[in-house]
Design a protein around this ligand. Structure first.
Ligand SMILES: N[C@@H](CCC(=O)N[C@@H](CS)C(=O)NCC(=O)O)C(=O)O
Length: 217
């Protein structure tokens, strides 16, 4: 029975899971939950996921949410090898470090910046958010110093998490272009990730266009 996959493609963490699903080539039963329409607050959804977030999966009755947890689970259960989430202790710890940075710093800043715009609470991005994001661009550029991918020399689930956010944030917060490692890695993701356009680009375009139109009003 295919996995039920609850998603909304404008959302960065859903793109992270889309990219992982595409890389693994596993069939899923896609169910859109539109966060703009607050569908995550439907009582049936909250019963499954009290945090009421997308993405979420239900795999043969097993319910799991949070993009990082989902990608770790999918790779651990369905991948042919461990390349996307290495078994080697030090390689895995590095992937985890990147994931925790994305989950605790990068994504929350993106969220604090985008959500008030999406819900028309403001039409500006505060200067401290711009400065903080630019600092993060610099940090991620350093992660990539001497590394082809976010956590070393091979593609891992850390790349899925980082590209889902950074491909969106770069469209609303300037400053990424001066970071060569980051620009090379963005190009590498675009040209090599499976189903990149459907899994990430389309959602990123809608995210950026919506926020730019909010800022112009
Ligand atoms: N850390 C979570 C973040 C999930 C999250 O915050 N999702 C947002 C969309 S980007 C959401 O579902 N918001 C709707 C709500 O909170 O009701 C993950 O990686 O999955």
């Amino acid at each position: 029975m295919p996995i039920d996959y609850y998603h909304f493609d404008v959302s960065p963490p859903c793109s992270a899971v889309n990219l992982c699903i595409a890389a693994l080539g596993i069939p899923v039963n896609r169910k859109e939950v539109n966060t703009f329409k607050k569908q995550t607050l439907d009582p049936e959804y909250v019963k499954l996921n009290p945090q009421h977030t997308v993405p979420m999966i239900v795999d043969d009755g097993y319910v799991l949410w949070d993009s990082h947890a989902i990608n770790i689970y999918l790779v651990s259960k369905y991948a042919k090898d461990d390349s996307l989430y290495p078994m080697d202790v030090k390689k895995r710890a590095l992937v985890n470090q990147r994931l925790f940075f994305e989950a605790s710093a990068l994504f929350p800043l993106g969220c604090r910046t985008a959500v008030p715009l999406f819900f028309k609470k403001t039409n500006i991005i505060p200067s401290e958010n711009i400065e903080q994001m630019q600092t993060y661009y610099e940090v991620v550029d350093k992660f990539l110093e001497g590394n082809k991918w976010i956590a070393g020399d091979q593609l891992t689930i850390a790349d899925f998490s980082f590209i889902s956010g950074l491909s969106r944030y770069q469209g609303i917060i300037p400053g990424i272009k001066k970071h060569k490692n980051l620009m090379d890695w963005l190009d590498l993701c675009k040209s090599t990730m499976t189903d990149y356009v459907a899994a990430n680009q389309n959602g990123a375009n809608e995210y950026i266009q919506t926020l730019i139109s909010r800022m112009n009003n």
